[in-house]
Every structure is written in structure tokens, then in C-alpha cells.
Design a protein around this ligand. Structure first.
Ligand SMILES: [Zn+2]
Length: 324
């Protein structure tokens, strides 16, 4: 750990019912030689960062990849998620318009490459990367993607989170308390949500988007876990909370509640059909998403794709319950 990193850690008090792990003290999983961030398609030349003011000193940066949360103030700058590697210069420029200090902390909401692609560059420049412990475990380990049998190499050392936790942690920064809460087996098994306690702003990562959710079963995501996660979050926010989606426009509690309610309706319908022994084709044909397709179908996965995933998910959930 560089002196600069230690300085930042000393400046911030991170606490909670957590096991904090400093990377240099933890044994690394056996990983092959460091590799670059996952390849991403070349950005179209007109990709710009749009900066949306949310609260004093708090912004949402919209570019290519997941929405970034940004806090600037007396302690400097911190970002929640960092899109793709090739967006880093643009992210830096957007931050520089608001702060004359570099990015001190990068918080990853989960492991996906459109939220962690900038880790290599920010980590190498001295930012302290904070994430759920499963982000470090998974990004630090090479694996074979079961969807396409492709080898996915471990991420470079600089890209790995150096502060990790299991359930929750708090970062005291820019006169606010940033509370990190793990949502187990939701979009993935690596998700956290970030709440600015004083400003009443919440970053949901990909546990809340503008379209039908992507449940990444390959990295431990489950529909039931996502719904439970929403319930946990909804109990802690109010009508004034500004909610940053992983993808999509700035939202609020009512919209998160509507999203949750939609998932419950679809989940229950799919579960019932699975229990009745219907095949995946029959479940897709029954269109359990019917009345939600206009609102949620266009921005992420189409309904048939999503029902297919929900079918596999609920079949696994049913088998798990039967085994118990
Ligand atoms: Zn994601």
C-alpha cells in the first residue's frame, strides 16, 4: 500500500458490523498474470458524460456503462462505480470541473465490467477501491464463463478492491456518512447499495434499473434475493430519497416500490407455472410480464429473454426448497 493510500484510509473512518480486510494483509487467491479490464466495444465518438446535480456536492454522471455517483467537497472526490476503462479520461474531466482534487475513493456497487472497468486506472493513480468482499474474490480469480465457455482472466492487481466487507460499512467523507449495505444474492452475489445518510441519496447499482432486471445467475444472482433486497432498502428510505439507478434516469422511492411490486407479481406467476410443471417455452408463452412490458421491456432485456431467465431462476429456487 502506498503512503498516499494509507493517508486516505487514515483520513476516513470506516466502521460497522464488518470484517474490514486490507488487501495487502489478506492472502490473494491464486491468479494468473494480471490482465487488462474486460474488453469493451469502442465508444461512439459522441459519448459524453452528462453531469446531473442531485444534492449539494452530489452528482450522477451518465456516460457509457453504469451510472456513476460522485461526491465532491472538503475531503476531495469519491465515485461510486467507474464505467469502462476507456471512459476514465472523460470521468476525470467531469470530476475536475467540480473538484481540484483527484478521486480518493472508488466504491464498486458490484463486479460487472461496465461498473468496474475504470478500476485499473483509478487504482493505479492511488484511489482506494472499496467493495463487497465477493467483488475482490471474483475479480481476483480467473474463471470460465459458463454461458460461452470463454476463459475470463483475473483482473489486474490495481483493479481489485483494497477495502472489503461482508455485510455493511460506513465511509465518513465530505461531511456525510456513506453507508454501504450488502444485498445477498440479488443482481449478483457481490451487490451493495450506497446511502448518503445526510443528503438522503441512494445508489442502487444494478439492483434497480429502468428495465426488466438482469439476474446474473452465473455470479450468484437470484430473483428472490433481489426482491428481499428491495424490501430491506425500502424500509430505510423515504419519499424524499433520490435514488440513482444502475442504468436509467434518476428515480425515487415510489419508482423503486413499483419496480419491486412488478418483480413480485412476475415472480409469483412464474413460480406458479414452474410448480405446475410447465416448460420454459410454455412459461414464456403465458407472458407473465404482459402489463409491464411497455414500461420495462424496452430498456434492458426483452420480456421473452427475461421470462426465460426468471423460469430458470424459479426452477432452481423450487428445487432448492424441495431439497430442504
Ligand atoms: Zn450489473
Amino acid at each position: 500500500m502506498t503512503n498516499r493510500k494509507l493517508g486516505y484510509l487514515a483520513a476516513a473512518v470506516i466502521a460497522g458490523n464488518v470484517s474490514l480486510v486490507l488487501a495487502q494483509q489478506a492472502p490473494m487467491p491464486q491468479a494468473p498474470a494480471p490482465q487488462a479490464a474486460p474488453a469493451a466495444p469502442a465508444p461512439p465518438p459522441d459519448v459524453k458524460i452528462e453531469t446531473v446535480a442531485i444534492a449539494p456536492g452530489i452528482y450522477m454522471l451518465v456516460g457509457r456503462g453504469g451510472n456513476i455517483g460522485l461526491t465532491v467537497g472538503v475531503d476531495g472526490a469519491a465515485i461510486i462505480d467507474d464505467q469502462f476503462a476507456d471512459m476514465v479520461p472523460k470521468i476525470r474531466s467531469a470530476v475536475a470541473l467540480l473538484s481540484d482534487k483527484p478521486v480518493h475513493f472508488v466504491i464498486n456497487t458490484h463486479l460487472h465490467g461496465d461498473h468496474t472497468g475504470g478500476n485499473d486506472a483509478f487504482g493505479a493513480a492511488g484511489a482506494v477501491i472499496i467493495a463487497h468482499e465477493n467483488v475482490r474474490k471474483r475479480l481476483g480469480t480467473a474463471y470460465v464463463n459458463p454461458s460461452n465457455n470463454q476463459n475470463v482472466p483475473a483482473r489486474a492487481r490495481e483493479a481489485l478492491p483494497v477495502v472489503t466487507f461482508a455485510d455493511s460499512a460506513t465511509l465518513h467523507f465530505n461531511d456525510d456518512d456513506l453507508e454501504f449495505t450488502h444485498l445477498p444474492n440479488a443482481h449478483t452475489e457481490t451487490d451493495i447499495v450506497v446511502r448518503f445518510r445526510k443528503a438522503n441519496v441512494l445508489h442502487m447499482g444494478d439492483c434497480f434499473t429502468g428495465g426488466f432486471p438482469f439476474i446474473d445467475a452465473n455470479t450468484g444472482g437470484t430473483l428472490d434475493g433481489l426482491i428481499l433486497g428491495h424490501e430491506k432498502v425500502l424500509a430505510t428510505i423515504d419519499d424524499d430519497t433520490k435514488v440513482i439507478r444502475g442504468h436509467g434516469p434518476l428515480g425515487n422511492k415510489a419508482e423503486l416500490k413499483a419496480y419491486h411490486d412488478m418483480l413480485v407479481v412476475v415472480r409469483d406467476r412464474v413460480a406458479k407455472l414452474v410448480k405446475a410443471g410447465k416448460t420454459q417455452e410454455q412459461v414464456v408463452e403465458a407472458r407473465p410480464t404482459k402489463e409491464f412490458e411497455e414500461k420495462f421491456g424496452g430498456t434492458n432485456f426483452n420480456a421473452a429473454q427475461w421470462i426465460g431467465r426468471a423460469y430458470v431462476d424459479q426452477k432452481a429456487a423450487l428445487e432448492k426448497r424441495r431439497r430442504k
